[in-house]
Design a protein. Sequence first.
Length: 509
Amino acid sequence: MPAATAIINLDIGGPTISRHLYGHFAEHLGRCVYGGFWVGEDSPIPNEGGIRLDVVEALRALNIPNLRWPGGCFADEYHWQDGIGPRGQRPRMVNTHWGNVEENNHFGTHEFMSLCELLGAEPYISGNVGSGTVREMSEWVEYLTRDGDSPMVRLRKANGREEPWRVRFWGIGNETWGCGGNMRAEYSADLARQYATYCRDHGDNKLYRIASGASDDDYKWTETLMQQISCFGCEATPRTYFQGISVHHYTLAGPWEAKGSATCFDTDDHHRTMLSARHVDRILTGHSTVMDVYDPRRTVGLVLDEWGTWWDVEPGTNPGFLFQQNTMRDALVASTHFDVFHRHAARLYMANIAQTVNVLQAMLLTDGDALVLTPTYHVFEMNKGHQDATSLPVHLRAESARRRVGDDAELETVSASASVRDGSLLVSLSNLDAEEPAEVSLDLRGGGIGAPYARILTADRLQAHNTPQAPTTVAPHAFDGIGVTGRGLSLTLPPHSFVTVRAPVTHAG
């Protein structure tokens, strides 16, 4: 079979790839917050103010750009004033969405803001529209971001914080079509306008308000929101009730009722998963197309603030805690998503994988004082050079595309994206085929490159994963299966592998 040929024009840049496409999500769910980020000040595990330091160190290595909190479904039963003040005096609550467990509210607003400061990440706060009030959310914005003197400023200062924080990103509800209130699109859109009106800019803190948007391919929901701020086909600048619209989409290999095991699956399951992962391209295209009709200048951002794989929980764990292992298959879901995200960089402003620690497609798994970096973590790390880089369109010649046919669907098994930043080219390549290697030719035009350096993430089997006993079963290492040709580069990608190639751009244009 001939090599798959990917054409990259080094001198024709596309839109900037927002660093916020590499965002994260931390919900009060299972052991994400308690036992993941938060261990408490009395823990023998090294911490700063109760925040687990090995988790912070690992995430800082990813250049984590933002962190979404406190949910998720949990956000719409969370009342923020229960999580401020002396910890011993905070009221307890029942987490009815996730495990029906009682929480002590020891991790609240101040702890979250301290976490973001340690991470060097921007906070993204998801406000309570489902069971909260307009006043409650308005006062949360004031408490966090206002300077000077006001009731909420005085309350913040009484709780030990003199200066306001900068908090740009605010979610106006979460999944209002489901756990956030089971609302109709029209009612949810009216609430988005109302809540956004009272979530005010204080001083120079300019809010980026994100309206609770659609599930999967519910394009009508997106249109209903866009109709609140603009008109069909007009050139008017959209009204500024909100600056972004969210969408949620998860990758599954089967039906919701039988998602399958994270570690016990076969080749057919893998290829079905890859088809599902590639489906995110159609989802984003559909929502972007609707938004383009109402906002042709693309001033409103699309925000995929929940994405990732969702498998059955690991046997013997609480079904409400959503703990699953993370294999090489999950890593390829992540790498494929990032290629899609880069292609949609003109409209897609933020994306948040679900979730950061111990839940769903996690970056990190903790077990007592042990910390495990998952295969998905390594994809984020290998790809971090794309953050705030200029995207370079990758044209894969149709006649050379590699395909696998099954289940009445055809899977293109080579996925790729590229960018340039500070004179350095970064190309990401995935071979989604479970069994066959892929020959790839990179036809680099409009410039030249210096000596390339490549890294690879793969394993002897798709089901491979990392544990405290074997933490580096799936880990990146240098890749020597790359050659320099007269037109660019040639690579042989092993089955189920992810490769990044970095090279200096010596001249362009």
